[in-house]
Ligand binder design. Structure first.
Ligand code: SAM
Length: 285
């Protein structure tokens, strides 16, 4: 089968199957062999790896993964893509295609069946409309994984790797940085896709920490604090946390904890580091 990373080969397959793009599923297919090589290099895929690909599309990246990995599991929601994938991946014995919604798929079970529960690598050109729930689901669902190397909207990649005091800093930055080390490995312009997306893209690698970089007594409570802090971004932490009904905290309790951490009573969530959120969580719980 011809390499689908070459635009004309992708066009031929789309025409052969009279494929209709579904905008609602974020279908923008990658057609740039250099970008594909870069993703493979960043993910460091070897024959030792079992790779889970989310949204294989017509199988462009899956071909690259199948050449390099021991095992590939590709989860695709669009049933119209399944016969195409069976065609474009027919020569590979190490690929399993699942016609499922990634938001409903039991990834822990898939990892258990396909890799005896050992950590997998996630490699994908993600559907942008569900990037955050996919990444959070992987981390919070405790899916055994070594790394996540994905194409996302450029702006979202920025949010994942920034620190306090910048406009992009928020709940996603803190969550990602609690679980993994983020590195943007490439920026990718719209002309590398068919059809072209309306936004710029970037490839980000998230390398899972064996131990989180900060210790916290109650992880779930810390993330409730973080979410409440950024729900009302412009408010002070004392206000946004005492307004959050699920937390049952008074303004006084929050201010007293902030004082213990030598933080101003009017500080906003966007100024706190992950370490400070962990300490605040331990004081307030
Ligand atoms: N991997 C292909 C490529 O690079 O050319 C396609 C990437 S395209 C940006 C995103 C893919 O994710 C599409 O094939 C789309 O149908 C699929 N997709 C969208 N929502 C999904 C979901 N909830 N579960 C599984 N796949 C999904």
């Amino acid at each position: 089968m011809a390499t689908l990373g070459i635009p004309q080969n992708t066009i031929n397959i789309l025409q052969k199957y009279h494929f209709n793009f579904q905008k609602k599923w974020g279908q923008n297919f990658l057609v740039d062999t250099h970008v594909l090589e870069k993703i493979m290099d960043a993910a460091e895929v070897t024959k030792e790896d079992c790779v889970v690909e989310i949204g294989p599309g017509i199988g462009t990246m899956t071909q690259y993964l199948a050449e390099r990995a021991g095992e590939v599991v590709a989860v695709e929601i669009d049933k119209n893509l399944i016969p195409i994938l069976e065609d474009t991946l027919s020569e590979y014995q190490n690929v399993t295609i699942l016609n499922e919604d990634i938001m409903k798929a039991d990834l822990n079970k898939i990892v258990e069946e396909k890799n005896q529960g050992k950590p997998v690598k996630i490699v994908a050109n993600l559907p942008y409309y569900i990037t955050t729930p996919i990444i959070m689901g992987l981390f919070e669902g405790k899916v055994p994984l070594k790394s996540i190397t994905v194409m996302v909207q450029k702006e979202v990649a920025d949010r994942m790797q920034v620190g306090p005091g910048t406009k992009d800093y928020g709940a996603l930055s803190l969550a990602v940085q609690y679980y993994a080390k983020p590195e943007v490995v490439a920026t990718v312009p719209p002309n590398c896709f068919i059809p072209r997306p309306g936004v710029g893209s970037a490839v980000i690698r998230l390398t899972r920490y064996e131990e989180p970089p900060v210790r916290v007594e109650n992880e779930a409570f810390m993330f409730s604090l973080i979410r409440a802090s950024f729900n009302q971004r412009r408010k002070t932490l004392a206000n946004s946390l005492s307004n959050a009904q699920n937390l049952s905290l008074s303004r006084e309790q929050v201010i007293s904890a902030l004082e213990k951490l030598q933080l101003s009573p009017t500080v906003r969530g966007e100024a706190l580091t992950l370490r400070q959120f962990a300490d605040l969580s331990d004081l307030l719980k």
